[in-house]
Design a protein around this ligand. Structure first.
Ligand code: IPE
Ligand code: IPE
Ligand code: MG
Length: 249
């Protein structure tokens, strides 16, 4: 893929509207896509992995700096064992096969979530992929894997409490910034736009703290049908929103 960002293309008139700096996506609907197409859930997940490429290309073309993809939630461990094995297998394949292309495209990869729950072979692939791409600056791709927002906040509270216990942090010095710095997403700006596919309208334990002022977009499209164009249309919808952050209009 050789991608040119929209901003690199000279505009004929005026200033291009600002794209969202950070887009987060809840990639939902692989199972329903499979049922609708009369194929196995496993095929649905594989088709979903192809849509990931569309999302990354869409993000690059639209000059988005951070793309966070919800790939596997802390609750998804409760799915049948064969489906979990399938999803982990796909992830392994993705990390092995796609990483060189991602690196060539200037993608910096980061994985957030509960690493303790992942198998050693996946952890090794993640470490390798993060190390290989760490100096890339075109876009940061954050994969939320075995991720749960309540888990993340609980862990942050534990770390903060232990610093207070040790006397290295005073309770009065705890601010929003302190909490942010202890989340998996420290150093990553809050998402400007959060897209969920498949028509469901809930967060399913995704970025609860970080999405305080995020714009939400719930799309009926099932994840395997998501394309670069879907991404571009979502960005256009975002640009039509009026973000007030509680201030007077
Ligand atoms: C999203 O598709 C993939 C993951 C949650 C890992 P689903 O598997 O949730 O698809 P539906 O919701 O059953 O259609
Ligand atoms: C959310 O989708 C998690 C991911 C997309 C990775 P789910 O399909 O697991 O969410 P629920 O069960 O419908 O809330
Ligand atoms: Mg689902």
């Amino acid at each position: 893929m050789v991608l040119q960002a929209v901003a690199d293309i000279p505009a004929e008139t005026g200033q291009a509207p600002t794209p969202p700096k950070h887009v987060a996506i809840i990639m939902d609907g692989n199972g329903r896509w499979a049922a609708r197409s009369g194929v196995s859930r496993s095929r649905g997940h594989r088709k979903g992995a192809d849509a990931v490429k569309e999302a990354i290309e869409g993000a690059i073309i639209n000059n988005v700096q951070y793309l966070t993809l919800y790939a596997f939630s802390s609750e998804n461990w409760n799915r049948p064992e064969d489906e979990v094995t399938d999803l982990m297998g796909l992830l392994k394949m993705y990390l092995k096969k796609e990483i060189r292309t991602l690196n060539k495209e200037g993608v910096c990869l980061k994985v957030i979530g509960c690493r303790d729950t992942l198998s050693p072979d996946i952890l090794k692939l993640i470490d390798k992929a993060e190390a290989l791409t760490k100096s890339n600056t075109r876009i940061t791709l954050v994969i939320a894997l075995s991720y749960g927002s309540r888990d993340e906040i609980t862990l942050a509270v534990k770390e903060i409490a232990s610093k207070v216990g040790l006397g290295t942090l005073k309770p009065n010095d705890i601010s929003e910034k302190t909490i942010e710095e202890h989340l998996f997403t420290s150093k990553i700006p809050d998402p400007d736009l959060l897209i969920r596919t498949s028509g469901e309208q809930r967060l399913s334990n995704f970025l609860l703290w970080q999405s305080a002022y995020t714009e939400f977009l719930f799309l009926p499209v099932l994840w395997p049908d998501f394309t670069q164009q879907t991404f571009t249309d979502a960005v256009l919808e975002f640009q039509s929103r009026d973000r007030r952050y509680g201030a007077r209009p």
